[in-house]
Design a protein around this ligand. Structure first.
Ligand SMILES: [Fe+2]
Length: 389
């Protein structure tokens, strides 16, 4: 996380005695990345964060195996057709993945159990609905268009207010703002398309009483359930630069060029082996002869996973893609606007259209994406041939 924050009560100095009202000591816990060499926070617990009374292995309730994208094809998945498969953690239907990242879709109106992903950070994009993110750091109220960044190892749960649809981006490491947006010491620079004021983090402690509390833990070895002696939401205060936060896609400030700008101008986050980009409503490219949609392109080093979340996506007109659709344009395949789309947008500009309403979340991966059962169960088999009509 880029900047320092303090929530609740913390002692004047780190690593000194900090006492509860009854005279006992609070238990200090460091959550830190990359050993002791990167961002961290110090949390003060009422109870020992180490006290567990039971551990058991857990079998995933959804199919998590992946298969290669063979025969190589551009793909269209219709998440609109996916029903709920559980809560927002255990009901994640795997769409695609590789050794760096796993992309899943979930729909639920049920609270999840407590969960800790110890494999990497998560970026959970809320496509629709309202959901309360509760964690050891406190609460974030999230809604449509929010990216919620959950640092590795954060114990949390999702409590929907009605039905919620999310895209879960599960990394194998840390998800951060692009380095080029930050100063040498981590402040967002003026050219960045968002800054600290746009990030929402917990503002007060969140304490829940309870004993013998199960926590689902995801590690490279698989899923486990650890039962904690006391409820892990017992933190009276914390400070540091590592914590969950939310960023809303509507707070992204798009960068526009005279002629068409490539997707890196839309970059929002980066993780090991992938980037996340936000395509937001914006003025169209304004050269008098501009072609204001993408040119055909072959990104030889990436697979492009695009989730269409709102507006009208003119480059894909006639392809069957709609809000809720996901396209996967893999390395090895040249992609571009559907036939007639370039002519249609030039006509629209001639009629006075000056802006695009498109909204999409893109994940570009630098290793090929394999396909999950969730994606295969909602695939439009005709998409690959839509450029040849
Ligand atoms: Fe593309």
């Amino acid at each position: 996380m880029p900047y320092y924050r303090v929530v609740g009560e913390v002692p004047r100095k780190r690593h000194v005695q900090f006492r509860r009202p009854d005279g006992g000591l609070y238990a200090e816990e460091l959550m830190g990345e990359e050993g002791f060499s990167s961002d961290s926070s110090l949390l003060y617990h009422r109870h020992l964060p180490t006290a567990i009374v039971k551990a058991e292995a857990v079998t995933p309730s959804v199919e998590t195996t992946l298969r290669p994208n063979l025969p190589l094809s551009p793909r269209h998945f219709r998440t609109q057709e996916l029903a709920s498969a559980g809560d927002l953690v255990t009901g994640r239907m795997v769409l695609a993945g590789n050794a760096d990242v796993r992309l899943s879709y979930a729909t639920s109106d049920q609270p999840s159990e407590l969960y800790r992903n110890s494999m990497g950070d998560e970026c959970v994009y809320v496509q629709r609905g309202r959901v309360r993110f509760e964690s050891t750091y406190g609460v974030i109220e999230a809604g449509e268009g929010d990216y919620v960044i959950v640092p590795t190892g954060t114990i949390h749960r999702w409590v929907p207010d009605g039905q919620v649809n999310v895209l879960a981006i599960e990394a194998s490491g840390h998800i951060r703002p692009p380095k080029r947006y930050l100063s040498q010491y981590g402040q967002f620079l003026e050219h960045a398309p968002y800054c600290e004021r746009d990030l929402r983090a917990p503002t007060e402690p969140y304490i829940v009483s309870g004993e013998e509390v199960p926590v689902l833990v995801r590690t490279r070895g698989g899923l486990s359930r650890l039962v904690y002696r006391h409820h892990p939401f017992d933190v009276v205060g914390w400070d540091g630069c590592l914590y969950p936060y939310a960023f809303n896609i509507n707070d992204f400030e798009p960068i526009v060029k005279k002629t068409h700008a490539p997707p890196p101008v839309h970059q929002t986050f980066e993780g090991p082996g992938f980037v996340v980009c936000s395509f937001c409503p914006r003025p169209l490219d304004y050269h008098p002869e501009a072609v204001p949609i993408p040119y055909n392109h072959h990104n030889v080093d990436s697979d492009e996973f695009m989730f269409y979340v709102g507006g009208d996506y003119s480059a894909r007109a006639g392809s069957g893609i709609d809000v809720g659709s996901i396209s996967l344009h893999p390395a090895g395949f040249t992609h571009g606007p559907q036939p007639g789309a370039v002519e249609a947008v030039i006509d629209a500009v001639a009629r006075g259209v000056t802006a695009t309403s498109e909204m999409a979340v893109m994940v570009d991966t630098f290793r090929p994406l394999d396909l999950g059962q969730g994606a295969l169960s909602c695939e439009d088999p005709n998409y690959a041939w839509t450029w040849a009509r």
